[in-house]
Design a protein around this ligand. Structure first.
Ligand code: APR
Length: 255
């Protein structure tokens, strides 16, 4: 193995408080497309579709795209998800902060997961907050014309009571985007003894700023097929490899 692999294995072996940052790249081995690699979702459609503006202007087309490309109820966790859950059990991984909305970390058994960009599991009325499970939205889409309008509350303008999936869209903000939410994430990162970044291009703010908050003398490990803007930073160890393959090999060395 190359030095990066040996160094990463020894860093993970020693670490007791790993904070993991994940993106769509950890779920591609579960059959879920990522966004920006050459086979990503944005090769078929512009980022703009996943914006709050587009949701309000074209709710039907938005839901068609979202249910087809972002909702994967039958997807299974892969080796990468499972090993992170095992390392949490062993006291190595403290918390996962994910951009993913597929729920696969939780399905693999990880208990400390922050879904920074929300979840596709539920949708909520933007007026009264009524929660609609994704299964119910699937049903409504099949049987109702104005499926995206809440029928639990009343407003003068229908668009004030649209039902939006509980994901963070471009131009939107999520529950972790408050000062308090952001601060609690920065605290986790500051107290980490190793930052492990898996399957993200680190191109979308504010998530992509998180690596800047790690304590300078703590190492960062990046496992990502494509390059990221952080690859050449000091104290950063990079492997442009498959996450499943590398985590499996590191885990084998640890056991
Ligand atoms: N192993 C390692 N790396 C992989 C694998 C794999 N099996 N599969 C894909 N990758 C890498 C790709 O090379 C790519 O650089 O994962 C990265 C995924 O990057 P993006 O597609 O940009 O996904 P992500 O970083 O999660 O996007 C962030 O953008 O569209 C918004 O809200 C959406 O949460 C998403 C955010």
């Amino acid at each position: 193995m190359n030095t990066s692999f040996d160094i990463c294995t020894s860093l993970i072996r020693k670490a007791k408080n790993i904070i993991v940052l994940t993106g769509a790249g950890i779920s591609t081995e579960s059959g879920i497309k990522d966004f920006r690699s050459k086979t990503g979702v944005y090769k078929m459609a512009p980022e703009y579709i996943l914006s709050l503006d587009y949701f309000y202007q074209h709710p039907v087309e938005f839901y068609q795209f979202a249910m087809e490309n972002l909702y994967h109820p039958d997807a299974k966790p892969n080796q990468g998800h499972k090993i992170l859950a095992k390392w949490e059990e062993q006291g190595r991984v403290q918390h996962i902060i994910t951009q993913n909305i597929d729920g696969l970390h939780q399905k693999a058994g990880s208990r400390h997961v922050i879904e920074f960009h929300g979840t596709m599991k539920t949708a909520s009325c933007l007026n009264c907050g009524k929660i609609y499970p994704a299964e119910e939205m699937e049903e409504r889409i099949q049987t109702m014309h104005d499926f995206y309008i809440c029928d639990h509350c009343e407003t003068k303008r229908e668009r004030n009571r649209y039902i939006k999936p509980d994901v963070v869209l471009f131009g939107d903000a999520g529950e972790w985007f408050t000062k308090k939410g952001f601060q609690s994430i920065l605290q986790l990162i500051k107290h980490a003894d190793c930052l492990l970044v898996l399957g993200t291009s680190l191109k979308v703010t504010p998530f992509s700023t998180f690596p800047q908050y790690r304590s300078q003398n703590d190492p960062m490990i990046i496992i990502n097929r494509d390059e990221t803007p952080y690859d050449s930073l000091a104290g950063t160890y990079v492997m442009h490899e498959s996450i499943g393959k590398i985590l499996t090999q590191i885990d084998r060395e640890l056991s």
